[in-house]
Write a protein that binds this ligand. Structure first.
Ligand SMILES: CC(C)(COP(=O)(O)OP(=O)(O)OC[C@H]1O[C@@H](n2cnc3c(N)ncnc32)[C@H](O)[C@@H]1OP(=O)(O)O)[C@@H](O)C(=O)NCCC(=O)NCCS
Length: 190
């Protein structure tokens, strides 16, 4: 311990024993304003942001229209195909994904074309959004969770790993288990 303190001092760092544990970085994530930096491509081999970028660019090209738009959209379909193959994921080119989606381990993620995903969400590996699932803003969905729509997940909700969600999840709630039950808040009926 003493050695560690000395080493920290040597490197010009001060140990402030009164310092608070930093706030949870997730605490201030917006459910409305997309944080696009969450989708930044950081290196050449960066499958998740590159998969998302192919969807964004494809949709922009389609919106642009004309010959250039048509050509560009064909290119992005190809890029999307490559990253879908790499990640073994199916995020449909036409589904509506608001900005700031994080895919920390992008494998085996299936998102139905009718899904709508709000800003700043996070999907872990093996997540399935089946049918018309409306995911609010800043929703974290744990590994292996299956969300069987049509249903709505409210802002800031959390879905536990391997949960099977068959009913709406209210804003701010945490749902776990099969079928999913709320461990904070209450499931709403259809
Ligand atoms: C759902 C989750 C967000 C809840 O976290 P939390 O608020 O810290 O909840 P706790 O760990 O205090 O657990 C509360 C209760 O829910 C249960 N629980 C938590 N996660 C569960 C899950 N995925 N499935 C079933 N029950 C779960 C706990 O056993 C505990 O039950 P108890 O009160 O009867 O003891 C978290 O457990 C989770 O599943 N996160 C997903 C993380 C993930 O997928 N990571 C992948 C990393 S590679």
């Amino acid at each position: 311990m003493i050695k560690l303190l000395h080493r920290l001092e040597k490197h010009g760092q001060r140990l402030d024993m009164t310092a608070q544990i930093p706030d949870d970085p997730d605490a201030n994530v917006s459910a409305d304003v997309p944080d696009w930096t969450r989708e930044d491509v950081r290196r050449f081999w960066d499958p998740a942001p590159k998969l998302l970028r192919s969807i964004r660019r494809y949709q922009a090209a389609r919106q642009r229209g004309g010959a250039i738009g048509a050509l560009a959209s064909k290119y992005w379909v190809l890029v999307h195909w490559v990253w879908s193959l790499v990640t073994q994921s199916e995020l449909h080119l036409h589904c509506r994904i608001d900005g700031g989606l994080r895919l920390p381990h992008p494998t085996g993620i299936i998102v139905h074309p009718d899904c709508v995903i709000g800003p700043n969400c996070m999907l872990f590996h093996q997540v399935t959004l089946s049918g018309a699932v409306k995911v609010g803003g800043h929703v974290d969905i744990g590994a292996g969770a299956k969300i069987l729509g049509p249903l709505t997940i409210g802002d800031h909700a959390r879905i536990g790993a391997n949960a099977v969600v068959t009913r709406d999840v209210p804003a701010g709630a945490t749902a776990v288990g099969i079928p999913a039950r709320i461990i904070s808040g209450a499931l709403t009926s259809h």
